[in-house]
Write a protein that binds this ligand. Structure first.
Ligand code: SF4
Length: 225
């Protein structure tokens, strides 16, 4: 397993200001001071492996002897041989700070700032994979992001990676959630056309939506109810 420690994350104040709609409401100087304190609490790390598809079944793939069941993942990996299972995190200190805070609005701000940090770690890992493995377009899927690839697949994913807690301090709980909560797991794979799970997700009003839902694509992937 490859690990990336001390990933540089410099929080972008203007980006956070826009995301929180601070130009229209709220106390921006308070948020700025929360950003400054969050900056000192982020400890960004990532772990990943380079793996090869060993077997393709109807709606399942096998990597390193581990079966992962998902029609969507299976179709996305139709013409792919090399994949990159990963886990990344900003560590637990920021969410501890948010938990210790009595003010719900401040908790919300800290949570949103944490999400920004997490997105930056994600971009860092993507860029690392692109440049190290000479890839152009990368897409990813995460267990639990779609019904088709259930959260229970966290266990098999972690078993492909190995000692994730020892490498970057991310634990998989019995409920299949990761701690620290501000962590992301999944599989990166090269694609010609970018794929987003959001294209197959009907959830309305999702602030993290990256692409429109496509009924046509849902039919193509065979997951249309
Ligand atoms: S729309 Fe939201 S909930 Fe659905 S996959 Fe995208 S980010 Fe996740």
């Amino acid at each position: 397993m490859e690990t990336l420690g001390h990933i540089p994350v410099i929080l972008d104040h203007e980006e956070i200001k826009t995301r929180l709609h601070m130009e229209r409401r709220g106390n921006w100087s308070q948020v700025q001071s929360l950003i400054n304190s969050a900056q000192t609490l982020i400890e960004a790390k990532a772990a990943y492996r380079v793996c090869y598809i060993e077997e393709r079944l109807a709606d399942t793939i096998r990597i390193d002897g581990v079966y992962l069941k998902s029609k969507v993942l299976r179709k996305n990996l139709d013409h792919v041989e090399r994949v990159f299972p990963f886990v990344l995190t900003i560590g637990g200190a920021l969410e501890e700070e948010a938990r210790a805070c009595n003010d719900i609005l401040q908790q919300y701000y800290l949570d949103s700032i944490g999400n920004e940090g997490l997105a930056m770690v994600r971009s860092y890992l993507e860029e690392h994979l692109r440049s190290r493995y000479a890839l152009t377009t990368l897409s990813s899927m995460s267990p639990g992001s779609l019904e088709d690839w259930a959260i229970e697949n966290q266990g098999p994913l972690f078993s492909i990676l190995g000692d994730v807690p020892g490498a970057i301090g991310v634990n998989l709980e019995k409920s299949h959630v990761m701690t620290p909560f501000k962590s992301i797991s999944g599989i990166y794979f090269p694609t010609e056309i970018p794929f987003y799970s959001c294209q197959l997700c009907k959830r309305g009003n999702c602030p993290s939506r990256k692409a429109e839902y496509s009924e046509h694509l849902a039919r193509e992937y065979g997951i249309m109810q």
